[in-house]
Ligand binder design. Structure first.
Ligand SMILES: C[S@@+](CC[C@H](N)C(=O)[O-])C[C@H]1O[C@@H](n2cnc3c(N)ncnc32)[C@H](O)[C@@H]1O
Length: 136
């Protein structure tokens, strides 16, 4: 997968702006991630294997510990009931928003979900008037 990602970066000619690296869930974050403190995290189709849920949760918590203002956009197709267990765990640990847009009815019919996770402290700050994200 790493080689494929590197290949895609070359194909799209974005070497100056993108790099591929391995991030094993549940393991300490790579030094490059710690240095960058990502503020946007995209996670697609990551809830198909229940034993890995706690590892993924740990990694998401580590990312929020690095950057309290990060947003994790988390999407998946619900294939089994257990998939929603991850969202349940996430709701306990993070502020979780359902994302809506004009394609939502189509996605819903296909059991596709998209959530935004944020740290509870950042989300409560926003509720108190401190806005950090601007959406068009
Ligand atoms: C179904 S694929 C989705 C890949 C890609 N996000 C997409 O939507 O096409 C699931 C991804 O979860 C990753 N994954 C599964 N277990 C993992 C783990 N323990 N640590 C890191 N990544 C893991 C796999 O490497 C794989 O890239």
């Amino acid at each position: 997968m790493l080689e494929l990602m590197q290949h895609n970066i070359r194909l799209n000619e974005v070497e100056s702006r993108a790099s591929a690296l391995v991030l094993n869930w549940g393991e300490p974050l790579p030094e490059a991630v710690v240095r960058q403190r990502p503020n946007v995290v995209l996670a697609a189709e990551c809830v198909y294997f229940e034993p890995a849920f706690p590892l993924l949760m740990q990694t998401l918590k580590d990312l929020f510990a690095l950057n309290d203002e990060a947003a994790v956009y988390f999407c998946f197709k619900k294939r089994r009931r257990a998939d929603m267990q991850f969202v349940k765990m996430a709701r306990k640990a993070f502020a979780v928003d359902d994302m809506f847009d004009e394609d939502r009815p189509v996605f819903s019919r296909q059991a596709l979900f998209l959530f935004r996770f944020r740290s509870k402290t950042a989300a409560s700050g926003e509720a108190n008037g401190a806005s950090w994200i601007h959406e068009s």
